[in-house]
Write a protein of this length. Structure first.
Length: 394
């Protein structure tokens, strides 16, 4: 069976999952990605071609007549690759609606179409504009569906058509999305929660190596760690303000920030203006491996101030409790209130400060062990790959 995935790029963590799927004897994986700069990926997303065991097809990506990107020479590629299944996410699946000739040709060939969705960004079919606006995150409010009510309802109708007529299955990151996607008409038995994971096998191996190499490495009691691109919707500025508010109560509080991005200069200026250079350190971009593991092991608490996802998995694999709000939906299956972390109100400084205080006063070692256990026993790379494989084999 040949499976063709459509992606806006190849982030390093995704490669590890696809390698494991491709290693399954009954499945051959190929991936279409843009040949140039992606029109769907944000700037600064770390991508890598290292260690890829599957076929990568690079096609020119351009805006279609409806204003969203799709791949040139897509159907010609289908003719040569002959996939049995195509797995597509937003916004590429719009082509199946707005280019009906393409959809007809794919159906004639008997190709099954699967959706891959991040459902927390999707309104339920019967969900009102007002209700969705209340539960969505701030970064979404720049999107077309918040500027044009007609677009909000039109996109829901399009999804309804896709899930009743086009897609055979839906692959989701999180269980919380099952009800949302089911509301569009696809049966629950055709919705598979794959979850998401970094290369946990490699993380655990690296932790073992670092602890053997640096047996005296010790975490600072009030050291916070944040990993992510330095962009507005990560709310790193909020976290810096929280550190400033807490420094009088916790004079040894530290915040280590890993990441690069367009907001870096503004954030550094913010730290300078607050005169908290002794409490906040910018470490630049450190992508997986020994350098990142050392920073995790030197920290006591991981804080995700805005949206994100896999950094939570990474922190938990290193045995850290987590403070977060609305990440990408996956946090609900990872962080359990009062057990291995705490939630704060989205983009609310007072709530974030209170929550950091709460975690500082908790049994951090016990919470960290519970974090590690979730990754070891449930949400890890082998499990996520097996969820994909089972869905494809069905």
């Amino acid at each position: 069976m040949k499976v063709l995935f459509l992606f806006g790029g190849l982030p390093h963590y995704l490669n590890k999952v696809l390698n494991k799927i491709n290693a399954e004897p009954a499945i051959e994986v190929a991936v279409i990605v843009p040949s140039g700069n992606s029109l769907t990926f944000g700037s600064g997303v770390h991508q890598s071609d290292e260690g890829i065991d599957f076929k990568v097809i690079r096609l020119v990506e351009s805006k279609a007549w409806y204003g969203k990107p799709f791949f040139k020479a897509f159907y010609k590629t289908i003719q040569s690759e002959k996939p049995d299944i195509i797995v597509t996410g937003w916004p590429y699946f719009l082509a199946y609606i707005l280019n009906p000739i393409l959809l007809f040709k794919l159906k004639i060939k008997g190709i099954k179409l699967y959706a891959r969705e991040i459902p927390f960004t999707v309104p339920g079919y019967r969900e009102s504009f007002a209700d969705f606006e209340k539960r969505c995150v701030d970064s979404q409010k720049d999107e077309l569906i918040f500027k044009n009510r007609a677009a909000f309802f039109l996109l829901k109708l399009m999804r309804r058509y896709l899930y009743t007529t086009v897609f055979k299955k839906a692959l989701l990151y999180t269980e919380q999305g099952v009800e949302i996607i089911n509301s569009y008409g696809i049966k629950k038995e055709n919705i598979i929660v794959t979850y998401n994971s970094p290369d946990t096998d490699q993380i655990f191996a690296t932790i073992k190596e670092i602890k053997a190499q640096y047996p005296n490495i010790v975490a600072s009691r009030h050291r916070l760690l944040h990993i992510g691109r330095l962009v507005k919707w990560k709310h790193v500025d909020l976290l810096i303000n929280a550190v400033n508010a807490l420094k009088s109560k916790y004079p040894d509080i530290e915040l280590a920030i890993i990441g690069k991005g367009e907001e870096e200069i503004n954030l550094k200026n913010q730290v300078k203006a607050l005169q908290i250079e002794d409490h906040v350190t910018f470490l630049g971009a450190i992508y997986e491996g020994e350098g990142q593991t050392i920073e995790f092991l030197k920290s006591e608490v991981y804080v995700l101030a805005g949206m994100g996802g896999l950094s939570i998995n990474e922190a938990m694999a290193h045995g850290l409790p987590v403070v977060c709000s609305v990440a990408d939906g996956t946090e609900k299956g990872l962080v359990f209130e009062g057990q291995n972390g705490f939630y704060f109100k989205d983009n609310n400084l007072e709530s974030l400060v209170f929550t950091i205080e709460k975690v500082f006063e908790s049994d951090l070692k016990s919470m960290g062990e519970k974090s590690r256990k979730v990754i070891q026993e449930k949400i890890n790379l082998p499990f996520v790959a097996s969820q994909f494989i089972n869905a494809l084999k069905q």
